[in-house]
Design a protein around this ligand. Sequence first.
Ligand code: ATP
Ligand code: MG
Length: 284
Amino acid sequence: MKKIKVVLADDNENIRQSIRGLLELDGEIDVIAEATDGKDVLEKIKTMEPEIVVMDVNMPGIDGIEATEYITLNHPNIYVVMISVDDNIQNFKKAMMAGAKEYLIKPLSPHELNDTVKKVAELGRKNTARNQAEPPGPKVPLKENRIITVFGTKGGVGKSTICANVAVTAAEKGRAGKIAIVDLDIQFGDISVMMNINPRKTISELMQEGENLNRELFEGFLYERYGVNIMPSTNKPELAELVTSHGVHKILEICKDMHEYTFVDTPSFIDDITLTALEMSQVI
Ligand SMILES: Nc1ncnc2c1ncn2[C@@H]1O[C@H](COP(=O)(O)OP(=O)(O)OP(=O)(O)O)[C@@H](O)[C@H]1O
Ligand SMILES: [Mg+2]
């Protein structure tokens, strides 16, 4: 692995020497320059491009905290490890506000110093890798499509009405084409009636496709009303038993893939099919 490039800033030469000695005990760390005050360190990092600055808090002129703030704002890829002679909480707070990644108190053990430098460098490298991997431009949060199942054990309370209304409202709000209803009240589903559909093909006919069932087939069975894609329930009671929980699982997977929101209407009892929908839902 590439050695960690460190610039060391301290106004006291003896301390610089002793810290350099500690850092050089570690084969992974390379001290590429020393600086004697804040101004000096800002000059050095311009040309040296270190990953880490090990910096004393108290230095004449531009002190360690000011220099850290400048580095944080202007060289976001360079991380600062602060070193202080005492545990003054005010200095600690100021250093953290300025963007220091770690704050060590003298006297330093080699183990403590070098582990800290390596840990901070690792963080810096991860960050750099991530920034390079991400294309520039505004970040769009990843949206996950959702299945929303309307369920209740009471009959006739308005489940289907809610399902239809919410879906249509969502489609009106500019999400047309991204909203679906799957009517899983197989025996007595009334979404078709509510949405003015007289379906020739329903979920039962789709089930007859068995293992051939795929996205393309599914799309051919959808009815579009008011911007909502609808998968109607059976209109012939004798075909109801063709609908299996395995098939419903597949349908909901495909439907979720295609739509931002899939609303599922259910009967007032729990069977395998309802259970499948409930298990696959993000919202019930
Ligand atoms: N908010 C409401 N105010 C008045 N009537 C409503 C309301 N919501 C639904 N209804 C009416 O109540 C009846 C039952 O509604 P719906 O079919 O939506 O209930 P459901 O819970 O899906 O019933 P089921 O258990 O039979 O599927 C319908 O006639 C519907 O028009
Ligand atoms: Mg209903």
